[in-house]
Write a new protein. Structure first.
Ligand SMILES: N[C@@H](CCC(=O)N[C@@H](CS(=O)(=O)O)C(=O)NCC(=O)O)C(=O)O
Length: 212
């Protein structure tokens, strides 16, 4: 299998962490797509992913799977342990919901802030920007962090009492916040404590060097 990704990206980090948690990273060939040069927006790459985003997983039969949640669900189904996307219908539903909420309320909001209210990847990629919308998204992400702080005051992990794909999605948001120097609100003690705990996991400590 081949993964098209970018070695410092928050979304690629989600798939790298999932692969490491499953112990499957050695089955992957990593192909770097240079976002700074706009390689992800070329016609050739869009033939792999219409959305022109990373990461994209290419199976040996040529099947292309984009979208971090979809790739993680595929990888999780490959091998038994640990289960990242839930064992029972209830677990699967709650984990998918909380993973999507981490995207909508933190990770994707920070991505929109990056692309609209900062120089982003440069004018050759950021062909449309709305700084007001971008700043609104940064405030949305801060609200989202406060929401997850509340969740993590009541439970050990984002979707309950076990590590899951939902934690990985929120870790992606925290990685993006760090890259953008968007400070986590000081009152978010539970969120900060959870993230410190997450960073002790080898999969989270080492994701940047996985393709080295
Ligand atoms: N919904 C997509 C979003 C993927 C995404 O935005 N990826 C980033 C990669 S990174 O910024 O995290 O490295 C990207 O391609 N950004 C480039 C762009 O949006 O032009 C997913 O979940 O995979």
């Amino acid at each position: 299998m081949t993964i098209y990704d970018w070695h410092t990206g928050p979304y690629p980090a989600r798939v790298r962490i999932a692969l490491a948690e499953k112990g499957l990273q050695s089955r992957l060939r990593f192909v770097s797509v240079d976002l700074r040069k706009g390689e992800h927006k070329t016609e050739a790459f869009r033939a792999k992913n219409y959305s022109g985003t990373l990461p994209v997983l290419e199976l040996d039969d040529g099947t292309l799977i984009a979208e971090c949640t979809a790739i993680t669900e595929y990888v999780d189904a490959l091998d038994g342990t640990p289960v990242l996307t839930g064992r029972t219908p209830r677990e699967k539903g709650v984990i998918h919901m909380m993973s999507r909420r981490a995207e909508l309320e933190v990770l994707d909001a920070l991505s929109l802030y990056f692309h609209h209210a900062t120089p982003g990847l440069g004018p050759h990629v950021e062909v449309y920007q709305n700084p007001e919308w971008g700043l609104y998204q940064r405030d949305k992400a801060l609200r989202g962090m406060r929401y997850f702080d509340g969740v993590l005051r009541r439970q050990s992990f984002v979707a309950g009492e076990a590590f899951s794909m939902a934690d990985i999605a929120l870790i992606g948001g925290m990685i993006f916040a760090g890259l953008l120097r968007v400070p986590v609100p000081e009152e978010c003690e539970a969120l900060n404590a959870w993230y410190a705990r997450m960073q002790e996991r080898p999969s989270v400590r080492n994701w940047r060097t996985m393709s080295a």
